[in-house]
Design a protein around this ligand. Sequence first.
Ligand code: ADP
Length: 168
Amino acid sequence: MKITLVRGDITEQHADALVNAANSSLLGGGGVDGAIHRKGGPDILAECRALRASRFGRGLPTGQAVATTAGRLHARWVIHTVGPVHQGADSDPEPLASCYRESLRVADELGARTVAFPAISTGVYRWPMEDAARIAVDTVKAARTSVEEVRFVLFDDRAHEAFAARLR
Ligand code: ADP
């Protein structure tokens, strides 16, 4: 599997699947989530509501992932995953690693070959960037998956540098 880095906006990416740093409500929010729903249009939210009604009445649990259409985005699917909120120095990395693993598992089920990820949990959920980059890169490298390209889409220089440093 090839791992690539780009600095940019995930909603501008062309890929089979774009991963959304969602919250458990699946009803949209700020950051990546807001941008994906704004640009992707109402079909994504409609599918999220249907998923809530059918499978996730209590919300999508942290560390899990589920796919919907990508609406008007340049992708076939959006994979929604819920990152953990950082809890301070003794935060358990496992739920964040699980977001990457589960998103790739869903991508495999769909047959997605190219998957773009944002830096999950590093915005409103306050996960420190260097630690998040370590967890993201190491988990993706260790994953057993048929995905051929994982692209990390980093919104600013600081995020890009943290992921680049971990990849080196
Ligand atoms: P979380 O709630 O998981 O912390 P956020 O969406 O608040 O998710 O932020 C996750 C990361 O995504 C942050 O580093 C933020 O700067 C970045 N980000 C925000 N908007 C975009 C976007 N359109 N494309 C890519 N990354 C983005």
